[in-house]
Design a protein around this ligand. Structure first.
Ligand code: SF4
Length: 742
């Protein structure tokens, strides 16, 4: 058994994922939320001396606020951050927004989709609700509901209940537990009301304000703050959070309310939790959140939680801590993923049995996506860092620390490919990925991105992994250095000089049953003495009739129009499912994921002219073909010269495969018009692009919609990555079993 100190959960701070899970922009707060935030700031500042000294240490907070671009292992702090002296109130506001408001909004939304804010048996009538709540003490809601019905059937009026012989009333509610206490509280409360008003009726309270009612209820025997809050919430719909056993337990495990802010409660501290949570939970979500947390607590997050069934697990401190502890103990072949992006390569390798010890990328949105979707990998192993063409800047010490003296089995990476891309004669689109430095005067060899593979070679030289895999666009095999040799040859020769046997191959996604015409160049390096992976396995071309089509990949997704969809939505619950189609792709590769929630199924805005044009396109037809077919007969055609825009528009084929999903999708989706024969006249949604790239539906993409398209377009399809991982794993196991090449 590990010591208690070791098992202390490292709180998972959604701040790692920026202000919003889906956008790094600061969230827009309603006036009620702003007021809530000021109240909480005042509350925290008032009790500041009682809580962790960290709160009064601006430098410590600044580390969180201004997370250094370079992640530091251990407890080092950024000197830049330590120097800054932010205003405490401002920081508190920011932290409350980022660490409490935003995560709770998302959690509330996920739970609302899952449970729909269920009725927990609560009553609309105030007296009914009072008695019902008293009956729920230590009892299941169903028992309390049953006993309330039994009481109301036996006694014609509440005054009869108040005056009934206690033993008789006890017999009516027998079976729920604590019957003697319940009878006493019910009768005392009803008698108190009778004494005050001369009758027991909801009408007594109609003219009372919420505050007056709250004060009155708290005078009743057995009614404390929590019960009063519950009655107010259910009968009057007030914005009150009820801190019951379930909600405290779930919130505690989620780790939203952090210890260093003095915001954690022991189970027995109900009163304190009720008092504080009724302030700390933002007002407009209190009722919904309470009901859904109770539903989760009753069904899944029980005293022994069933985390694998939980839709919140990626957001949960408890789950992440456990997953990371288990990951640390795993004895598996080790891999490092450079230029990891959103994590498609890592996902496939993990499924193939590798343990990812480090992943590096310079894109903050991609890093947020990676961290969220790989809860088993600690944050310090997912490194946000500018990997420069100057390979000396690769943080080898950090990688060695993460390897802890173990041998690296596999180094993979897909250095950014804009420079090698065949698109646009290798002239990157201006402003691609926000980079404004390239235009028509683009010089290939001066583009630093075309030399990023050197960083991988340096890591290979220093860490000597058993296998190296470099992925890139086919242009890597044709783009040349000073017209002497291709970049692919250059990389291959460099690897050979480092002691690797090198094989290169062009892999096609369709041959992995991915519904996409995506060709990618792979350089496989095998350290001398290691078994050569059997790349022949990739040579099997699957027949056209066996290929996965867009119909297989997309048919079950909710239909959308232009600018439609929700970031968190419900999955179709099996209606209209086609088993044969499912088996071809969605089930075969677990694309639907382990989830009832559909993330990122949001379509972009398409202007009216584009939509009219989309509606004219037949499946598989380009703009030029459309114009040849019907002539420039429509007003909107005039906007687009055929000679300049011959393939600018393209409608995908329902019974065919997509064009390569590219990061360019973040600019427009004109080449990716939805192929649905029932006409969803729009370009692909983020989730559809992710499905075509073989990401499972529970893989959540962070950042703006544009950032999500970029991450998806740049990714190695996880299904392809898994197949590559399996071939490498086979070679590694062959050697372990003593049957490898010498
Ligand atoms: S992941 Fe587990 S501990 Fe966390 S909320 Fe879900 S069930 Fe509870």
């Amino acid at each position: 058994m590990p010591k208690a100190k070791d098992t202390e959960p490292q709180r998972y701070h959604p701040i790692s994922h920026g202000p919003e899970i889906f956008s790094r922009r600061p969230p827009v707060l309603t006036s009620a939320e702003m007021q809530w935030r000021e109240e909480v700031v005042a509350f925290l500042q008032k009790r500041q001396s009682d809580i962790s000294p960290e709160l009064s240490a601006p430098s410590s907070l600044a580390v969180i606020k201004e997370r250094p671009a370079t992640y530091k292992v251990g407890n080092e702090t950024s000197s830049e951050a330590a120097d800054s002296q932010p205003i405490k109130t401002e920081i508190l506001r920011e932290r409350l927004t980022e660490e409490i408001l935003v995560p709770l909004r998302i959690i509330n939304e996920i739970l609302h989709v899952q449970f729909g804010s269920p009725n927990l048996g609560n009553q609309k009538d105030l007296i009914d609700e009072l008695v019902y709540i008293l009956l729920t003490r230590r009892s299941k809601n169903k028992d309390a509901e049953k006993h309330l019905i039994a009481i109301k059937s036996k006694y014609p009026a509440w005054i009869d209940v108040a005056c009934a012989p206690p033993e008789e009333l006890k017999a009516v509610i027998m079976g729920g537990g604590l019957e003697t206490h319940k009878v006493k509280f019910i009768q005392d409360s009803l008698q108190f009301i009778q004494k005050q008003f001369g009758r027991i009726d909801e009408a007594n309270f109609v003219d009372m304000s919420d505050w007056q009612l709250d004060q009155f209820l708290k005078q009743l025997p057995g009614v404390g703050k929590k019960t009063a809050a519950c009655i107010l919430m259910n009968v009057r719909g007030t914005d009150t959070f009820v801190a019951d056993t379930h909600s405290i337990r779930v919130l505690d495990r989620l780790g939203i309310f952090r210890k260093e802010l003095g915001l954690t409660w022991r189970q027995e501290e109900h009163k304190k939790a009720q008092e504080e949570l009724s302030l700390l939970v933002p007002p407009h979500i209190r009722g919904n959140l309470h009901r859904n947390l109770v539903a989760l607590g009753q069904e899944i997050c029980k005293s022994i939680p069933e985390c694998e069934r939980c839709e919140l697990k990626k957001f949960c401190t408890y789950y992440r801590t456990k997953a990371q502890a288990a990951h640390a103990e795993e004895k598996k072949s080790l891999a490092i993923d450079m230029f990891c992006g959103a994590g498609g390569f890592s996902l496939g390798l993990s499924r193939a049995g590798f343990k990812i010890v480090a992943a590096i990328d310079n894109n903050p949105d991609a890093i947020r996506t990676y961290r969220l979707n790989h809860p088993e990998i600690p944050d310090e192993a997912i490194i946000e860092d500018e990997i420069q063409s100057d390979a000396r800047r690769v943080k080898l010490k950090q990688l060695r620390n993460l390897l802890k003296g173990q041998e690296l089995d596999l180094l993979v990476g897909g250095p950014p490919c804009q420079g090698y891309s065949m698109m646009g004669n290798r002239v990157p689109h201006k402003y691609e990925n926000g980079d404004k430095s390239f235009g028509s005067d683009y010089k290939f060899t001066e583009d630093k991105r075309n030399h990023l593979f050197k960083a991988m070679l340096r890591v290979a030289r220093e860490l000597k992994p058993r296998y190296v895999v470099i992925e890139n666009v086919p242009g890597l095999g044709s783009a040349s250095i000073k017209k002497e040799k291709t970049y692919a040859n250059h990389i291959a020769e460099s690897l050979e000089r480092l002691g690797y046997q090198v094989k290169v191959c062009l892999l096609e996604a369709v041959n992995f049953y991915i519904p996409q015409n995506r060709h990618r160049f792979f350089i496989f390096g095998t350290r001398q003495g290691e078994p050569i992976p059997n790349l022949e396995k990739f040579k099997q071309d699957i027949q056209e009739g066996q290929m996965t089509t867009l119909k297989h990949a997309l048919y079950d997704l909710p239909r959308l129009s232009v600018s439609d969809g929700r970031w968190v939505a419900a999955h179709s619950n099996g209606i209209g499912r086609n088993i044969e189609w499912d088996q071809q792709y969605l089930e075969r590769f677990q694309i639907r994921g382990n989830t009832h929630i559909l993330f990122n199924h949001v379509s972009r805005f398409n202007n009216e002219d584009d939509v009219r044009l989309y509606s004219e396109l037949k499946e598989g037809e380009t703009y030029q073909e459309l114009v040849s077919r019907i002539g420039m007969t429509k007003q909107f055609f005039k906007n687009y010269e055929v000679k300049n825009f011959h393939d600018k528009y393209y409608r995908l084929q329902w019974e065919g495969q997509s064009k390569t999903i590219v990061s360019h999708l973040h600019k427009d989706g004109n080449s990716f018009v939805h192929p649905d024969p029932n006409r969803q006249i729009r370009s692909l949604s983020v989730r559809e692009a992710a499905r075509i790239q073989s990401f499972p539906d529970d893989y959540i993409f962070c950042g703006s919609r544009g950032a999500q398209f970029i991450q998806i377009g740049n990714a190695v399809p996880p299904v392809m990555a898994q197949a590559i991982g399996e071939v490498l794993m086979e070679a590694i196991r062959a050697q372990e079993n003593g049957i490898g090449d010498e």
